[in-house]
Design a protein around this ligand. Structure first.
Ligand SMILES: Cc1cc2nc3c(=O)[nH]c(=O)nc-3n(C[C@H](O)[C@H](O)[C@H](O)COP(=O)(O)O)c2cc1C
Ligand code: SF4
Ligand code: SF4
Length: 268
């Protein structure tokens, strides 16, 4: 079974390729969290009304596909898995992480997570895809993005063969530079100082379509009437910076302070 989390679609796209190649079932963690979980910034376990579905056949591997946030697995995915320790106990877990440039020392934390939930760590595949962090980094142009997506697809086909034959997989060492500095030192600072939703706003291009409210996997956006009598999105503080809202807005009305101005919006 392939569980994926995705803000702008890179991880979902590769999860679909993986499903096609391995014949495994796809499961959206975005939808699961939106419908069943409450995310509270700062809590280590995700609070959900139901458990994560896993196949009844205990020999079937579980594959988690997700982006990289602050050189590690997104914190909310780790929290969701930790909260489902019982479901994961004794299972073989593979991780396929997409990223814009590098993974730092993600692997150490995935091994630790597997140990904590008593699962078997089967490895991490690291795949470069277009950068989607509109609130912080430059977004590649269309041609570069297409080139990266093609490369990612080829790589995930290779990974699929390894998973289908039950092999252990390894991250690309060229993408795992400065593991301690990036994943152990900078990651917690990144969450404390950068992952906030207070800088999001919708400008006059907003036509009240509600796409942002519907797409937010954490139900962090609510439409409200503003002081001019217009229905506009408002962001609460339970945000994980997945960038789904800003990248999917059909009228490109959403900005993140000044950081996103003039940047291409990206989703696949
Ligand atoms: C909050 C956030 C943090 C990110 N941190 C990293 C990072 O540490 N290293 C990296 O290479 N890419 C980073 N990225 C880029 C994404 O991991 C990458 O574009 C990924 O493929 C997006 O996947 P998605 O479209 O499935 O959400 C970050 C993106 C976001 C939104
Ligand atoms: S997606 Fe964009 S246009 Fe639609 S409600 Fe949200 S901000 Fe407004
Ligand atoms: S508010 Fe936007 S960036 Fe934050 S979690 Fe929701 S969709 Fe993602």
């Amino acid at each position: 079974m392939i569980h994926y989390f995705s803000g702008s679609g890179n991880s979902r796209h590769l999860a679909k390729v993986l499903a096609r190649e391995t014949g495994q079932k796809l499961f959206s963690l975005n939808r699961f969290m939106k419908n069943n979980c409450n995310f509270h910034k700062g809590r280590t376990l995700l609070d959900c009304t139901t458990v994560l579905p896993v196949p009844t056949d205990e020999t079937e591997p579980l594959i988690f596909v997700h982006p990289t946030y602050g050189w590690r697995q997104p914190r909310l995915v780790t929290s969701l898995l930790a909260a489902n320790a019982q479901q994961l106990q004794g299972r073989k877990l593979y991780f396929v992480a997409t990223a814009g440039s590098g993974f730092g020392g993600s692997e150490k934390f995935l091994r630790r997570l597997c140990q904590d939930v008593a699962a078997e760590y089967m490895g991490l595949a690291t795949i470069l895809m277009p950068e989607n962090y509109t609130a912080m980094f430059a977004i590649p142009d269309e041609a570069e993005a297409e080139h990266l997506i093609e490369g990612g697809q080829e790589k995930v086909e290779e990974v699929s063969r390894a998973i289908s034959s039950g092999q252990l997989i390894k991250p690309d060492p060229d993408l795992c530079k400065f593991p301690f500095l990036l994943s152990s030192v900078i990651n917690p600072l990144f969450y404390s100082f950068f992952v906030r939703s207070s800088a999001f706003y919708a400008d006059d291009k907003c036509d009240s379509c509600r796409v942002c409210e519907l797409i937010c996997p954490l139900n962090n956006i609510k439409m409200k009437i503003n002081k001019n009598g217009n229905l506009r999105p408002q962001w609460n503080d339970n945000c994980t910076h997945c960038m789904a809202c800003i990248n999917h807005c059909p009228t490109k009305a959403i900005e993140y302070g000044r950081a996103s101005r003039g940047k291409r919006r990206y989703y696949i």
